[in-house]
Write a protein that binds this ligand. Structure first.
Ligand code: SAM
Length: 263
């Protein structure tokens, strides 16, 4: 059941370390931004909306390709960073289930690990705000367990069991056929699944632990076991992966869904 006020609680977890997230975590996602923008052919003249835009790095990169950018995120503290990075852009605080833009406003909509199996109504909203023929590109975690970098997401499982169950339901959108079925259900055509490059890199275990702690799911774990225990678990997991002369590297399977609104 959709709770129209739930989004207002998101900032408690996602916003509390907005500067750490923007500088230590989000830059590691740049490969997926570049790949999806390339798949969608983002360029001059595109009016693009990024949903759950976080601290706005994907928006900045879309603008660098010539797009006119808009974004929305539930976290005011992340939106403050996004606005600082892209002054003058239309970046709003709000709920992806109730987008504050008119029908047929955008040529392209993206969301990078922002729309999940638990948030299907966001797809209805994306369809509404896209112009006829408009393109959508979404990413979600794929098969985490088979990923070489699965260790880097492991500390999220230190959250209380109901939160871990919810994380699993969110990630279900990456399963074979799941996103295809949902996008078609909401009226998208030409739905395609692509593999998206994704690799986090960190200088050392302490930097990794600090970066991870800035995320929403880490906050759920911290609420369960405390800040110090979370940091210790993260540092221990990363210490086993250190390599002389090379960064800590965590490649994770990420699924991209590409589709269009009927022209
Ligand atoms: C996994 S992060 C992805 C952030 C960004 N897209 C990136 O690539 O780093 C999920 C984001 O979704 C935002 N979020 C969660 N629920 C939301 C909602 N109902 N409406 C808008 N944003 C939401 C969070 O604040 C957070 O920035």
């Amino acid at each position: 059941m959709y709770d129209s006020t739930a989004w207002t609680l998101v900032d408690e977890g996602w916003g509390r370390r907005a500067v750490d997230f923007a500088t230590l975590s989000e830059p590691g996602n740049c490969r997926e931004y570049v790949a999806v923008h390339q798949h969608l052919g983002i360029g001059d003249g595109d009016r693009l909306l990024d949903i759950a835009c976080g601290a706005g790095l994907a928006l900045e990169l879309a603008a660098a390709r010539g797009a006119e950018i808009a974004g929305i995120d539930a976290s005011p503290r992340l939106v403050a960073v996004a606005r600082d990075r892209s002054p003058g852009a239309d970046i709003r605080v709000g709920d992806m289930h109730d987008l504050p833009w008119d029908d047929a406003s955008f040529d392209a909509v993206t969301s990078f690990r922002g729309v999940w199996g638990t948030t299907p109504i966001a797809l209805q909203e994306i369809h509404r705000v896209l112009k006829p023929g408009g393109r959508v590109g979404l990413t979600v975690w794929g098969h985490i367990k088979k990923s070489p970098g699965a260790w880097a997401l492991g500390p999220f499982r230190l959250a209380a069991p109901p939160k871990v169950d919810n994380q699993r339901d969110m990630v279900s959108l990456g399963r074979p056929g799941a996103g295809e079925e949902l996008l078609e259900k909401f009226g998208f055509t030409g739905v395609r699944r692509v593999t998206v490059p994704f690799a986090w890199e960190f200088a050392d275990p302490a930097t990794y632990a600090r970066a991870l702690a800035s995320t929403g799911p880490a906050y759920e774990a911290i609420q369960n076991i405390g800040e110090d225990a979370f940091a210790a678990a993260a540092i221990e997991a990363a210490t086993e992966r250190t390599r002389a002369g090379l960064p800590l590297r965590a490649s994770v399977d990420v699924v991209g869904y590409l589709a269009r609104k009927e022209a």
